[in-house]
Structure formats: structure tokens, C-alpha cells
Design a binder for this molecule. Sequence first.
Ligand code: GLY
Length: 568
Amino acid sequence: MRFLLIFGVALGGLLSACAQRQPGVLHPYDYTIEKHITAKKGAVVSAHPLASQAGVLVLQQGGNAVDAAIATQLALAVVYPGAGNIGGGGFLVAHLRDGRNIAIDYRETAPAKASRDMYLDSAGNPITRLSLDGHLASGIPGTVAGLFASMKYAKLPFSKLIAPAIQLAEKGFVITEKEAESLNHTREEFLRLNTMPTAFVKDAPWKAGDTLVQPDLAHTLKLIRDKGKAGFYEGETADKIVAEMQRGHGIITHEDLKNYKAVERKAITFQYKGQTIVTMPLPSSGGVCLQQMMMMVENYPIGSWGFQSPQAMQLMIEAERRAYADRAAFLGDPDFVKVPVDKLVNKSYIRERMAGYVPLKAGNSDSTKAGLARESEQTTHLSVMDADGNAVAVTTTLNGHYGSRTVAGKAGFLLNNEMDDFSVKPGVPNMYGLIGTTANAIAPGKRMLSSMTPTIVLKNNKPIYSLGTPGGSTIITSVFQTLMNTLEFGLSPEEAVNKPKFHHQWLPDVVYVEPDFPEAGIQALEQMGYKIEKRGFIGRTELIKKDTKTGQLQAAADKRGDDGAAGY
Ligand code: GLY
């Protein structure tokens, strides 16, 4: 599907702009959204067409998939301020052409002055506003350190990779209707939670076709280009972050910033019916839970039951229930707590875990303490494949939409509200309704547990899929469903991404379904005893499939947003 965005300019002007369109450069004032493309050499899919195009430009300049992933992330920090970021954190999973699988962890950390009970009042009750809004909600940003840790696997100089982002911030880009609505919707929070004027608020409401220019962000990006990691974690940018903290009663210090380190971890790899799944280890719960769920369904003929058949949905829901219960009980930052990962993915443990599974009958989460799942799930994902056989999946986040909604004054970027991903108080649900225990309690320097699940699928040690999604607690079940949609039910990339999704997370004991979920499926689940709740759309999955015979790439961008695919 191809959308032409007409940004309130006269059609004649648009046509003449198109006539002058130059290949090999970004066109931030008259771009189109491509939802599904096929490409011979390289493809990028992300939450914004300009960011995907920035990635493809880098591939065309001789970069590999890691170069493109770096450029796309930087461009997303400009054109998708709701979740793209340099003030947040993320995870990169890649399969390299030489056969190596890598996982880079640039999750935010709790500041040195953070403490276990920092979001509790004197009676021990959580003040959740504090872990969500403004200065105290931010962990130490990890993204810039992650980009430089990724440079080890890139080919081009960093200055080339950051150039599109600088152009987009300095000269601006035209916003879509969805972006205008989103900025208008958040206007009051921007005003309330900032100590200085920001580029995201103007006198008149935003409308489609307006140009968003971010000069402060452009300046920060140039500092990063010229000084590397130190351009963010030290000097002028660090001074601005710390000054912002002091104005808004935050606790991030110069030492916190200087001490931040991205960590390279061992990617989780496991077999699923002849394919190798490569995914993110702790401190994301995504990989462990995905492995558990896939192991739980693997011994059933789920493919022959069919896509969204009552049997298949029920088995998947029961797998989800069990994995999320284990997530709550055991998972946390492995540098701080001992997590029995080997046991959790052990075959006999998985068999025991499924012992109580009764086909076509709803299970029970055995608890009345239900959390409230909230809507805001604004992480973002990008997938890249190149002509050399490299595949990259990156999920990155500010946590909520526009994170803490606080911009580091005069530095032009939004700070995350990732501290809410800690278990603020054991047993009390976070913004996604997720419950944790002491394994995910706050401690200085600790990484908060994540659900981000950037994933690559290999066949004969060659990448065939790169995928992932935002969606808070729904990330893992969306990746699980998308994998089942492709590997078991044979859906096309477009269908696998866009078909309505369901989600269960142990507590609350409810199956959430998207607004367009088929009524027949809902009735079948209700008859088995499930409580169903309709909710907003789930995730924005980005997927690339490689045909190993022809080498052709198919990239599918989720229908649920302005997501766009690009390739060449
Ligand atoms: N902030 C969402 C996640 O990391 O899972």
C-alpha cells in the first residue's frame, strides 16, 4: 500500500517538488509512506518513513545493516520524538554475515542516588506519578553509549551515520496528521513538566503539514558527531542534563552520566522446529519469556490447528500466562540478582509448567490481585537486512509516549521515564499492569527489567526474519504471535504484522484483544471460560523476511501507525 502525504501544500507545488526529487537524499517535505516493499539488496523498516529512508541511504553509501540501524535510530530520535530517542535506552540483536550473533544492552540504569522506596510515601504507598512524570522518572540514558558500542560492527564513519539526523533536526521535516494530534494531545504535559520552552509546543495547534524544526537537538547531535560518546555523557550536554535535573528536583549527576556503560551480552539462541531464534537476554525479559512460550507450544500440532483457531489461541494464551507469572517472580537485572534462567527454559521444567494445561478450558491465574493495563506503550522497533547477509533488530524506548515529557533544557531531547519499569513496590502493578518482586526492585546502577524483544530467525545459519515491536508488556506476546503467524500458520509478512492480536500477561487474568479482533474468536474464548476485554491497538510490529532461494527481501511496516518500509 502506498500513501501520498499531501501536507497542505498546493498540488502544483507538490508535483514540482516531486519532479525535482533527487535520488540518494532525504526529502523531508514530501515523503511517502510505503507499508510493504520488496528489495533486492537491503531493506529497513521502522516507525517513520524518513528514518527508514535514512537507513537505506547509509546502505547505498556502502554501509552494512549495523550502520543502517545506527542511522535509523538517530533519525528516529528526530522524526519520532514520541519514542525514538537519545534520552532513553534500547537493545540491539544482530546476526552477522560471519555467523556471529550479538546482543548489545544499552538499557538505562537507576541513578546513584536512587533507592528502593524512592517512589513510596511515608505510609509506604506508591506515588506512581513520580516514576512516570518529569525529572525523577528518568534513568541514565543508554542510547548514545549503545550506538557507539554498535560502531564496532559498522563500516562507515559515525559522522556519515548521524548526518541525516542532523539534517532533519536542523532543517525540519513535515509532520503527519497522527504526529500533529499526538503533539497537541501532549501539549499540557509538555507545559507542566518542562522548565524551559521546547520545540514541541507552539502557540497555535499543530496540524498535518507543519514543519517541526529542532535546533537545540541539532546542536546536541553535532556535539555527539564531533566528540563521540563524550559529546553526550560529558561537557556541554551533560551540563545541560544536570542543570535540568537541578531545576526540576531530579537526581541524575555528572558521575552517573560519565559512569554509564553499554554492555555486550550473550544473545539467547534456541531451536524451534528447524529454525534458530536469536533474541535479547536479561535485563530484557523478552528473550527468556519468548523462549518459554515457544517451548510450551512446540510439542502441539499448532500449525495444523490453524491461525486463530480456538485451540491455537488457547494454547498460546496458556503459554503466555505461565511465562508472565515466571517473569514476575524471577526476572531482574542479572548483574544484581541471581536469575535461574537455565531452569526456566529447561525442558522438564517447561513440561511441568504445562502439566495443568487443559485443552479448550480456560486456566486460572490463581490470584485476585489484578493490575490495570494502561494504554501508553510507546517504545519503537526497527529491522534491517543488507545484501551481505547481516540482519539487525533494534528496539529502543523512552518508556511512555514522549517518556517523562521533560526535555533536557536547551539540549533539545526528551528524557525517559524508564524508572517505572522497576517494581516500585513488590506486588503493585506498573504502567503496563506488570507486577514484579524484589528481583526487579530499584537499586543504584541497576537496569530496570524490560519486555523489549528484538528477534532474528535463522534457517541453516542464515537470517530469514528480523522483527520486533513496541507495546510495553504486550511486546513479548506480539513477537510470539508474529512468529507463530509466520513459522506455524504460513501468513505473509504483511498479514503476520497486521492481523488483529490478543494478549495475556498472567495478571490481570484477562485476554486483551484489539478493536478489530474477530467476534467468532472472542465467542470461542468466552465459551472456554476466558474473560475478554477489547482495548486499543497492540504494538507496531516491523518485520523483514528474506527468501533464502532468491535473496529477495520483503519488509512489512505495521498498519497501526505511520510506520514505513524502504529498500533498494
Ligand atoms: N519500557 C518498555 C520496556 O522496556 O519493556
